[in-house]
Ligand binder design. Structure first.
Ligand code: NAP
Length: 273
């Protein structure tokens, strides 16, 4: 069994983004909008800012109070859409209840939507067209699979989770690479039987859900999930010690998909339209 080392590859990706940015005449500028003071969101935003600084991308964080009115947020996004010195806009999720998340995402210019969440970018991906940006987590996973020369064409890929940020775009991207895709969710029957059929298993659920041996010794497991166990230890979706001897490749948590997501986001943030 070999580890899919996301930490190592993310450094390589960040270095190549850095050297690309150094050569750019017009430098990218990422604006991150944070609403409220959710501690996890604050950490994510700080990490994105640090990563941007590391690769020479200017970043600005705009922190609104949690009781901000939706129209003020929308106005700010419109202003950023029109600002020539701003090349990327990212709204940290989740947003407070009084704000319609879909309205906010839809208001971002698709050409500055570095998360790839706007309907235009999602629609292009679904239609097999080239979006301005691919969502960071699935794009980072494809980079990781490519690095280890894992064949996607014709592979039976099983995805656990159907979120808009991981499961669904992951399915579209694997289809684009000619994999055969099965998506599982909380209503899926006999999930273990489906897991066992996978050549490539991508798990994005957020619970310890993969606890069976793989049906195929050449299978590849990508663990996207992050949660803390009862002792506060950071865990993925996969019971690593039990499952890993039955597969060929597996991504660890931490050190797998997490660092790849950040690197992939910086890759996006370096693209200017
Ligand atoms: P999410 O919105 O939290 O949704 C979870 C998905 O899992 C849903 O589709 C849900 O099904 C499904 N699910 C829940 N219980 C299930 C069960 N028992 N069997 C099968 N499917 C089940 O998903 P997300 O935002 O994609 O996040 C998933 C995990 O990935 C979280 O732990 C998150 O922290 C992590 N994550 C990590 C990164 C990273 O960079 N490492 C990036 C993004 C997310 P329904 O749709 O039917 O409810």
């Amino acid at each position: 069994m070999e580890i899919l080392d996301g930490k190592k590859l993310s450094q390589k990706v960040l270095e190549s983004v850095k050297s690309k940015v150094e050569k750019l005449e017009k430098k990218p500028h990422l604006v991150v909008i944070l609403v409220g003071s959710d501690p996890a969101s604050q950490i994510y935003v700080r990490n994105k800012k640090l990563a941007a600084e590391k690769v020479g991308i200017k970043s600005t964080v705009i922190n609104f109070p949690s009781d901000i009115e939706e129209n003020i947020l929308l106005k700010k996004i419109e202003e950023l859409n029109n600002a020539v010195d701003v090349t990327g806009i990212l709204v940290q999720l989740p947003l407070p209840e009084q704000i319609d998340k879909n309205k906010v995402i839809t208001s971002i210019s698709p050409k500055k939507d570095v998360d790839g969440f706007t309907p235009e970018n999602v629609g292009k991906l679904a239609a097999g067209l080239e979006p301005y940006y691919y969502p960071a987590t699935p794009q980072g996973i494809i980079m990781l699979l490519n690095e280890y020369n894992i064949k996607l064409e014709g592979a039976d890929a099983v995805i656990l989770g159907r979120s808009n940020i991981v499961g669904k775009p992951m399915a579209q991207m694997l289809l684009k690479h000619n994999a055969t895709v099965t998506i599982c969710h909380s209503y899926t029957k006999d999930i273990e039987d489906k897991i066992k059929t996978a050549d490539i298993l991508i798990s994005a659920v957020g619970k310890n859900i993969v606890r069976c041996k793989m049906g195929n010794k050449n299978s590849v497991i990508v663990d996207v999930g992050i949660h803390r166990d009862s002792n506060g230890k950071l865990c993925g979706d996969v019971d690593f010690d039990f499952v890993s001897p039955s597969c060929a490749y597996i991504s660890p948590v931490p050190g797998g998909v997490g660092p790849m997501t950040i690197a992939s986001l910086m890759y996006n943030a370096s693209i200017i339209y």
